[in-house]
Write a protein that binds this ligand. Structure first.
Ligand SMILES: Cc1ncc(COP(=O)(O)O)c(C=O)c1O
Length: 354
């Protein structure tokens, strides 16, 4: 029953976010959240920001946060755009940079929001198949397309593309936007920020949801040439002047200012990831080489859905897509060491090794 629905959305299939359970307590390894809380300084800032000033609109230009991010990344504030989670920034990118003329390209196994945005904004798209080992075939993205968007490291594989390949993408598509979604870059991938000065068509999109433990605050940002940032502002200011509220602006700034906490937690997660990957390999899992805060794994004798259901019964949530080529894979977020010990034990039982 879709009476009154616009014909534009009647056939649309929206993105499905990972489950946020309400009925019981799970070990939640299904949405790539950070297992550690935000920095204590962020929490203190949030408490302080909840004051009478909330009656006033926030700064529509997010000046203070943009200045802080610009200093942190060594760019000018005109090169920084902030939004309500990187999902919103990515949605603005589709509107700002991709049009109906030529298809935008992204990998066939990638962030499943890209085809949804393409559908919503009527942008034609081409999904380029990954290689057998899930590597990105860069040369296939250089065919005179209408733009490129891809995560680095890729999701849900966790596999990183070396910077030289990102440079090839930017050089090989000089007339269109090349967007690098660096949602997971802080867990061990080289950032394309260093390429921005040479490539005015490159835009780097970041989030504070993963490495900065702020998924609940909804803060994302983009860094690129002033020209590309102006395009994003044009879309944003035609949509909503105040995409970030006062509390989110203050929390995000405080997070960038607590470098020590950021370094400590991201390194803990990378160490836990390596230990978990080795343990899972010991159980007969094949584990993609991950540079993210998750592992993409498959088992030689147990199917993906069977393991997903078995883990759920044991109180552990992970992510599974019943899609061609990856139906036997699970994406497992890296949690605390204790959570990973519980996961390893559960998978040992489910694969008959405990
Ligand atoms: C590749 C990728 N990009 C972007 C996002 C969106 O992050 P957020 O909207 O929380 O900033 C995610 C979230 O899971 C992601 O996996």
């Amino acid at each position: 029953m879709k009476e009154f629905w616009s014909s534009r959305i009647r056939d649309m299939v929206p993105y499905t976010p990972g489950e946020q359970p309400k009925d019981r307590t799970f070990i939640k390894l299904n949405t790539n959240e950070n297992p550690y809380p935000p920095s204590p300084k962020v929490l203190e800032t949030v408490r302080d920001a909840a004051d009478a000033a909330l009656r006033l609109y926030p700064d529509p230009e997010a000046g203070s946060l943009r200045d802080t991010l610009a200093r942190y990344h060594g760019v000018s504030p005109e090169q920084v755009f902030v939004g309500n989670g990187s999902d919103e920034v990515l949605a603005f990118c589709f509107q700002a940079f991709f049009g109906p003329e030529r298809p935008v390209c992204f990998p066939d196994i990638s962030y499943s929001f890209y085809p949804v945005y393409a559908g919503l904004f009527a942008v034609p798209y081409e999904e380029i198949p990954l290689e057998e080992d899930f590597q990105i075939p860069v040369e296939r993205f250089l065919d005179g397309n209408g733009g490129v968007i891809l995560p680095n490291p890729n999701a849900p594989t966790g596999i990183a593309l070396p910077l030289e390949q990102i440079r090839r993408l930017a050089e090989g598509n000089p007339d269109v936007a090349v967007i690098v979604d660096e949602a997971y870059v802080d867990f061990g991938t080289d950032s394309a920020l260093t390429l921005l000065a040479d490539h005015p068509n490159l835009l780097v999109v970041r989030t504070m949801s993963k490495s900065r433990s702020l998924a609940g605050m909804r803060v994302g940002y983009a860094v690129g040439s002033p020209n590309m940032i102006a395009a994003l502002n044009c879309v944003k200011n035609s949509f909503n002047s105040y995409t970030l509220d006062r509390i989110a602006l203050a929390a995000a700034k405080a997070s960038v200012e607590d470098e020590a906490y950021f370094q400590e937690t991201r390194h803990k997660i990378m160490a836990t990831r390596e230990r978990t990957a080795a343990a899972l390999e010991g159980l007969g899992f094949s584990v993609c080489p991950s540079r993210a805060n998750f592992l993409f794994v498959s088992h030689s004798s147990k199917g993906g859905k069977e393991l997903l259901d078995g883990l759920r019964e044991k109180g552990i949530l992970v992510r599974w897509w019943g899609k061609p080529r990856i139906g036997d894979h699970l994406r497992i977020t890296v949690g605390t060491d204790e959570e990973m010990d519980r996961l390893i034990e559960a998978l040992a039982q489910l694969t008959g090794q405990a």
